[in-house]
Design a protein around this ligand. Structure first.
Ligand code: BJ8
Length: 425
């Protein structure tokens, strides 16, 4: 696509062209510094580089072409919104990034200043008119997870067409029934929006598509247990980020090809860093594009990230949907069972997460955990204290970090992470 064609498409989407250009420029520079400067990257990463370079270009063009044929686009902020239902209704499911500061001053007129950067970001992106994904959405689906999000959707719902799913805060039988009713309500909203009835056939197909995507990501995760680490944490995070907005079947195929290359590299004893490099598990809040600050700091501190215990990581990938049901009712139950296994800090209690982090440390041979909470995120800040306690009883070192999207604290973070890595020796 030519630059002029890009601009014409963005104008049709009512983007603020000069603000959007500024965003792409910063993103390109950031990507060059953090990603393209890496050594020993696998050839398969070229696919990810291409997807990212065209994320506001070709992918948006594909989406606009699909919309012209009548397809609808659903935007989401949380892994609780079942992609399987969206795809069964022949709609496109995209995660709306929220990983950079933009339009913050305007956003702070709608939500309190002490709101996490992720929430301010999705409001700011909309107000600043710089996200072609947000502008392409026919429906944005929110969810009642943390207080910050559920209250922010009241203001956000005035800016975009919005559907809010109620996500319970416990995992009792009654809570599961409530979530099932919400899954049903989402199914009905999709059917009304798209005019497509969700049937056993189309839901079976979409469950398979999403399971295959998760299996490819599980495969990638398992391969990262090797020492030397065959892929950097930054690249693995990017793969997980891209999984939220690329076409799912194309994505699965590309990641399986990449995994073939990783297997070859492991068989030859190769890696992205020398064997014995300190291995860290990154755990906590989701990291949306282009929130790469902390991974960059960690991997510039003589360490490599071997897993992401996060919604842009294991929390979105760990569990598959049981595909054995052959009625809509059975399939919806299977979806509810799978989604209610998500160990988000919004649940209380949320003891599964404590166990899952320890399992990841063991399975990925991690030397320590860096816990990441976005500033002003209550749920993950609370769980950081609990996790530190649980891990210290098991002799697993943990560093607790609270930060936002600004780059002001990079040096300070680097000093802390370097000291932590040295201590692992
Ligand atoms: S399932 S982690 S994607 S809610 S960082 S907005 S929690 S104050 S993102 Fe999340 Fe779904 Fe849970 Fe995952 Fe609130 Fe915290 Fe901000 Fe957060």
């Amino acid at each position: 696509m030519s630059d002029a064609a890009h601009t014409e498409m963005w104008e049709k989407l009512n983007l603020d062209i000069s603000a959007h250009e500024g965003l792409l420029e910063v993103l390109g520079k950031f990507y060059g510094d953090i990603y393209l400067s890496q050594e020993n990257r696998l050839n398969g990463m070229e696919y990810l580089d291409f997807v990212l370079s065209e994320v506001h270009g070709l992918r948006i063009k594909e989406i606009q072409d699909a919309k012209a044929t009548g397809k609808k686009v659903i935007g989401t902020f949380c892994v609780f919104v079942p992609e399987e239902l969206t795809l069964a209704a022949n709609a496109i499911h995209v995660g709306l990034c929220s990983g950079a500061d933009a339009g913050t001053d305007e956003a702070e007129k709608l939500v309190p200043r002490n709101t996490c950067a992720l929430i301010k970001s999705f409001i700011g992106f909309k107000l600043a008119r710089i996200c072609p994904f947000t502008e392409s959405c026919d429906l944005v689906v929110g969810e009642t997870t943390c207080d910050g999000k559920k209250k922010a959707y009241e203001a956000f719902g005035k800016l975009v067409p919005m559907h809010v799913m109620e996500v319970p805060q416990t995992k009792t039988t009654d809570a599961k029934q409530l979530f099932k009713a919400e899954v049903l309500r989402y199914k009905e909203a999709l059917e009304e929006l798209t005019g497509v009835k969700i049937t056993v056939e189309n839901l079976r197909k979409s469950i398979s598509v999403v399971n295959e995507k998760r299996k490819a990501l599980q495969r990638l995760s398992r391969l990262r247990a090797a020492d030397p680490a065959p892929i950097s944490g930054r690249d693995a995070l990017l793969i997980n980020q891209v999984s939220f907005y690329d076409d799912p079947e194309r994505f699965t195929q590309s990641i399986n090809t990449l995994c073939d290359q990783i297997e070859e590299r492991i068989a030859q004893g190769g890696g992205v860093v020398p064997a014995g490099t300190k291995r860290l598990l990154l755990s906590g809040c989701p990291m949306a594009v282009p929130n790469w600050k902390l991974p960059y700091v960690m991997e510039s501190s003589n360490a490599v990230i071997v897993g992401e215990e996060s919604c842009i990581g294991s929390r979105n990938v760990r569990d598959l949907v049981d595909d054995s049901a052959d009625t809509i009712e059975g399939m919806l139950d299977a979806l509810v069972d799978r989604y209610m296994k998500i160990d988000c800090a919004c649940f209380t209690p949320n003891d599964e997460r404590m166990v899952n982090v320890q399992n990841m440390v063991k399975d990925l041979n991690a030397d320590g955990v860096v816990h990441y909470a976005l500033s002003f995120c209550q749920p993950y800040a609370h769980e950081a204290i609990k996790l530190q306690d649980v891990l210290s009883q098991k002799g697993i070192p943990m560093l607790s970090v609270e930060t936002g999207y600004s780059m002001e604290d990079v040096e300070q973070l680097k000093t802390r992470v370097e000291a932590f890595v040295e201590m692992l020796d």
